[in-house]
Design a protein around this ligand. Structure first.
Ligand SMILES: *Cc1c(COP(=O)(O)O)cnc(C)c1O
Length: 223
């Protein structure tokens, strides 16, 4: 058994019940995805629109593709027929556009709102306060073609576990604050996507129910 299938199997047996594994396959070829697929992995994460579309067109149709990168507005239409969850909604404008493009092809698309808590300036997303303000003021019932099913976030890229844990706590708290608003569609608001190869255990400790793991499964990426 190869490294990929072995790692998938060990993650499937070690992740707690209720924690979904997203295998982050960005920059890795179709053969690597096929090996993971054969080990019964069905959810894959991609961060570039063209790459997601190319892979979705050639790989098995029961794969669920998650978009996890910064989504440029001119790429929304292209991924819309292929993507099952957009994890990285980082502006109200993008949310509106996703709704419009989903309506165009008559589908309802699940999305996560990206929360920015990490110390790096470059990461995309709403601050917790911006997100709570958005959810309190914008009329979510106006979005007939998007279903906001949770939040996604990343911890700071640091060896300081205290900082990483406080970032995860802040992401989970943002989820709880939005949940407490009890907005329409609230029953679908269930996902806390946080945790990657190096920090998923800490993320799960703080409430993650969706982890996005790339390099542990597929090895280092060749950019
Ligand atoms: C690349 C990426 C991951 C996976 O990171 P690894 O450290 O390789 O597990 C997870 N989430 C997002 C948003 C990413 O861009």
């Amino acid at each position: 058994m190869g490294h990929i299938s072995q790692t998938i199997k060990s993650l499937h047996s070690s992740l707690p019940q209720g924690v979904e594994l997203v295998a982050v396959s960005k920059f890795h070829p179709a053969e690597a995805i096929t090996e993971a697929y054969e080990a019964s992995q069905r959810v894959f994460g991609e961060s570039r629109a063209t790459e997601l579309v190319d892979k979705a067109k050639t790989l098995p149709t029961d794969i669920k593709w998650h978009f996890i990168g910064h989504l440029q507005t001119n790429k929304v239409r292209m991924i819309m027929p292929h993507v099952s969850l957009i994890q990285s909604v980082d502006s109200e404008r993008l949310l509106r556009l996703i709704n419009a493009e989903a309506a165009r092809i008559d589908r309802v698309i699940d999305v996560l709102l990206q929360v920015h808590v990490a110390q790096e300036e470059t990461k995309f997303g709403f601050t917790p306060q911006e997100l709570i303000d958005l959810m309190s003021t914008c009329d979510v019932t106006a979005f007939d073609n998007v279903r906001i099913v949770g939040v996604m976030g990343m911890a700071s890229n640091t060896d300081d576990d205290t900082r990483v844990e406080s970032d995860f706590k802040a992401i989970a708290q943002t989820f709880n604050d939005i949940k407490a608003l009890n907005l329409p569609g609230n029953e679908h608001f269930t996902v806390i996507s946080m945790g990657m190869s190096d920090d998923h255990q800490l993320a799960i400790k703080h409430g993650s129910n969706m982890v996005r793991i790339g390099s542990t499964i597929f090895g280092n990426r060749q950019y």
